[in-house]
Design a protein around this ligand. Sequence first.
Ligand SMILES: Nc1ncnc2c1ncn2[C@@H]1O[C@H](COP(=O)(O)OP(=O)(O)OP(=O)(O)O)[C@@H](O)[C@H]1O
Ligand SMILES: O=P(O)(O)OC[C@H]1O[C@](O)(CO)[C@@H](O)[C@@H]1O
Ligand SMILES: [Mg+2]
Length: 492
Amino acid sequence: MSPAKATALSEPKVVTGDHGYVLEDVPHLSDYKPDLLTYPNPLQDNPAYAVVKQYFVDMDDTVPQQIVVHVDSPRGIHFRRAGPREKVYFKPDEVHACIVTCGGLCPGLNTVIREIVGSLHDMYGVTRIEGIEGGYRGFYSRNTIPLTPKVVNGIHKRGGTIIGTSRGGYDNKKIVNSIEDRGINQVYIIGGDGTQKGASAIYEEVRRRGLKVAVVGIPKTIDNDIPVIDKSFGFDTAVEEAQRAINAAHVEAESNENCIGLVKLMGRNSGFIAMYATLASRDVDCCLIPESPFYLEGPGGLFEYIERRIKENGHMVIVVAEGAGQDLVAESLRTTDNKDASGNKVLDDVGWWLSQKIKGHFKKQTQMEINLKYIDPTYMIRAVPSNASDNVYSTLLAQSAVHGAMAGYTGCTVGPVHGRECYIPFYRITEKQNKVVITDRMWARMLSSTNQPSFLSTKDIIESIMEEAPPTQLLDDQVTDNGLVNEKRIVC
Ligand SMILES: Nc1ncnc2c1ncn2[C@@H]1O[C@H](COP(=O)(O)OP(=O)(O)OP(=O)(O)O)[C@@H](O)[C@H]1O
Ligand SMILES: O=P(O)(O)OC[C@H]1O[C@](O)(CO)[C@@H](O)[C@@H]1O
Ligand SMILES: [Mg+2]
């Protein structure tokens, strides 16, 4: 496997303006191929778009990363607004596009595939579109799958990805050789943080070879761990689907004496699904996520809280994100550090471990007999088709990606920033993961909905503040004014 850093990175395109305005722009094919011809955008003759007052996006439109500002704030970082441009850099019959899906499944993958094909075909008259089978390794080890509007018709009603996905198998040189040999000139890469790192390295190699190939990433992550964008497609569907498991756990817990319903949800490093599913449900008494350490024994610990809830209520529901408490599990089971084909740590089953620990504690330490029902719906949540709002969202993402590639933009990911579709440079997407910020208001809202202990000492809180994590983006309209809010919490 050739590492992503095999090619030298091109310089970021940063434009500055008055009052602290910064545009973190994305690469364009003309940056390294200055003599490319341009053509009028065929959309100008499309009757469906004739009604739109200003259909083409103004070249100067940019979107601010921070929308909560003070009177004396600098204007800050901006991203280029996505959308159709008056001039395109490809003639329709010249385009040879391909689509690849990599990493874990996520509701909406098929919708994005369908809409890329539909946008290329219906808006731009492109007919040569192929699916790369089975993720990155498909570029050099499989035949391609022809994608036409007929082939993709109705696939948005199915879970999974019709072109297949995989982990591992990334070989930069072989992938770019395949792109070059097949004469592909638009590459749409749908995947999570790992995939986008690979896409960035593909773009760098394409550029090094001087190829007229647009490389555009579409962020996919059920965990919502990709930064900058408002949220990832499939996330709403996952939260909705998680409700079914939580409801089942609640029904079991309510109907049996001294019963605990325990639900494990996805979230390797980021606990967004667990936090939002908990907030949405209101039946959850405790939510455990990777970002917030917890402990079992002693005052303020999980066992003490469970005993209290069971005594008060006769039942309780616990939601645990799969990445929560991994240090505790590893310590207790002495597990080895296994990695998957992409190099991601294989997690220990915290749900099973917690079930055993809770049962053991109640058997040995208390007079109380408890009943524990453990539900692990993780793959069921990931495999469903996307819901209506994710379908609309995925459609916009796909259209933005196609408009961007046709307009010659490359080396970027598309996604909404405060509701506006943007082209975002790869390095912004891959530099860190989006995480729940436990000193942010959203986590506090969650804590107040469950009444669970925070499990945090003053030292933990100070450490979190010191990390200076940005505020949780998802639905949190209020930027954390770190100083005030956090200071108050420490004093309390
Ligand atoms: N640093 C990297 N450089 C190049 N390729 C990478 C890198 N990290 C991962 N990849 C490749 O990207 C693909 C997907 O990676 P991974 O399995 O980590 O999933 P992901 O894209 O992060 O999605 P998710 O974690 O949401 O399932 C794999 O084929 C993997 O080999
Ligand atoms: O078992 P797999 O397919 O490797 O995927 C599991 C992982 O994928 C994710 O859903 C991310 O795509 C994580 O939440 C989870 O840890
Ligand atoms: Mg990942």
